[in-house]
Design a protein around this ligand. Structure first.
Ligand SMILES: Nc1nc2c(ncn2[C@@H]2O[C@H](COP(=O)(O)OP(=O)(O)OP(=O)(O)O)[C@@H](O)[C@H]2O)c(=O)[nH]1
Ligand SMILES: [Mg+2]
Length: 425
């Protein structure tokens, strides 16, 4: 029998060489780690006198497959040892059904049935598999591991709920309200709910803590003055909020001390919109474009006590977003920047928005559209996790009425109302 050695930096590379040269029917005699890589020895004219392994088997032994398999086995062991967990009333049969659903695993209960778990049979690649077949097998393993992780997490939660039912209730409420797992974990570590605590006391403890964690501004823009820019994707309520704040300013201080600026030179309508507000309120409005830099514009408005800057609504993947962020950074004036976040958006969208605008150097946020939001949990989760101070809340389209300075009390009151309402339904 003639043999040939293949050498690659890792198993995958070595296997690719085998496949390229000998095809999928290559007969592999050995597959071992050597200095700086992996060596595979193949039979060129295999006559059946050895005990060769085909490509699929070799892949099964490959680094990646091995690592995944090991992880899977460890996870399975943890699941099996969890068989003694108290699962809150779930009987062995229910538990077994659930475990099976997650990948036909035997749960180790001694009920006379044979252990029908066979990790390889369930997701090993077919004999003489092609590379895509083995990729699929690895993907199947990965998804199996994920299922096991989820199951393990769930079991741990069940165990916790048995040990500390009040904490479990609180955790569940926060999860339902849209907080992330990691934030809840951190919060509960800080709150330390006593295992003997009743639900009401535990919940109040958490609310008190949340109230202490929410950061808000204690002074209105219209009283504090300065230069304030609102940023955020299109349609979130930047112009409407600026119009509300402008109207409030004028009602309280008159029109002279206020100016409105738009950096939205992408759309003519944006300027028109702000100009209309300025005309009605008798307030100066400026546009920043190629002839009027932001720096120059702000210098010309030095005498104003408050300048509100409306920016172009740019979605997170818009290439102009960076230009706009750079524009705000390019001035000498101190601009306070607030991200406008609609409370109607999902947590993922809010997080993406935050990540995209974070670079702008945010001083805080404005939460809009509370009147349309089902609950505040998702946005609250984000502002708490990112320690983003909330300046205003808006709850309708009416100018100037539907805006209020945010306070921890008002935010928490709304949060509690949402939680109670969702539990009633
Ligand atoms: N229900 C409700 N609607 C609001 C609120 N704030 C703004 N809107 C509405 O949301 C829509 C978009 O508001 P705009 O202020 O134009 O949004 P924008 O962020 O300036 O959008 P672009 O200029 O495209 O970036 C308008 O129909 C507003 O009336 C609010 O608090 N509640
Ligand atoms: Mg606008």
């Amino acid at each position: 029998m003639r043999v040939k050695r293949f050498f690659g930096a890792d198993s995958r590379q070595a296997m690719r060489q085998v496949r390229d040269e000998l095809g999928d029917d290559a007969v592999i005699l050995s597959n071992k780690k050597v200095d700086n890589g992996v060596e595979i020895v193949c039979a060129l004219d295999y006559d059946g006198d050895a005990s060769p392994r085909n490509l699929a088997d070799a892949l099964k032994n490959a680094d990646q497959g091995e690592a995944l398999q090991r992880e899977l086995d460890e996870a399975r062991q943890r699941i099996l040892s969890g068989a003694s967990f108290d699962t809150g009333g779930e009987n062995a049969f229910q538990r077994k059904a659930r475990v099976r659903q997650l990948g036909a695993l035997s749960d180790g209960y001694n009920d006379g049935m044979a252990d029908n778990f066979s990790s390889y049979e369930d997701f090993s690649p077919p004999a003489r598999a092609s590379s895509s077949g083995s990729d699929q097998a690895i993907q199947a393993m990965q998804s199996e591991i994920q299922s096991l992780r989820d199951l393990l997490k769930e079991q741990m939660r069940e165990q916790d709920s048995y040990r500390n039912p009040a904490e479990a209730l609180v955790r569940n409420r926060l999860l339902m309200a849209g907080f992330s797992d990691s934030y809840i974990k951190r919060l509960l570590k800080l709150v330390k709910i006593n295992p003997d605590s009743d639900n009401k006391t535990a919940w109040q403890q958490v609310l008190d803590r949340l109230k202490g964690e929410v950061q808000t501004l204690d002074e209105e823009f219209i009283d504090k003055g300065g230069v304030v820019a609102l940023l955020g994707p299109t349609g979130v309520g930047k112009t409407t909020t600026i119009s509300k704040l402008a109207a409030r300013y004028v009602l309280k201080h008159g029109a002279d001390g206020l100016a409105l600026v738009t950096t939205d030179c992408y759309r003519i309508a944006a300027y028109e919109q702000l100009r209309t507000v300025g005309r009605i309120l008798g307030v100066t409005v400026r546009v920043v474009d190629e002839n009027n830099s932001l720096d120059m514009t702000l210098k010309s408005l030095r005498g104003k006590s408050l300048v509100l800057i409306d920016t172009a609504g740019l979605n997170v993947r818009d290439p102009n977003l960076q230009t706009q962020v750079n524009l705000l950074a390019s001035t000498q004036a101190r601009i306070r920047r607030f991200l406008v976040l609609p409370t109607t958006s999902q947590a993922r969208v809010l997080l993406d928005t935050y990540e995209a605008y974070r670079e702008a150097g945010l001083n805080g946020c404005i939460l809009t559209k509370l009147d349309e939001a089902m609950h505040l949990g998702e946005v609250l989760g984000l502002v708490l996790e990112k320690r983003l101070p909330v300046s205003y809340l808006t709850n309708g389209q009416k100018i100037p009425d539907d805006v209020q300075l945010a306070s921890p009390t008002s935010i928490l009151a709304r949060f509690v109302r949402d939680v109670e309402r969702s539990e009633e339904t």
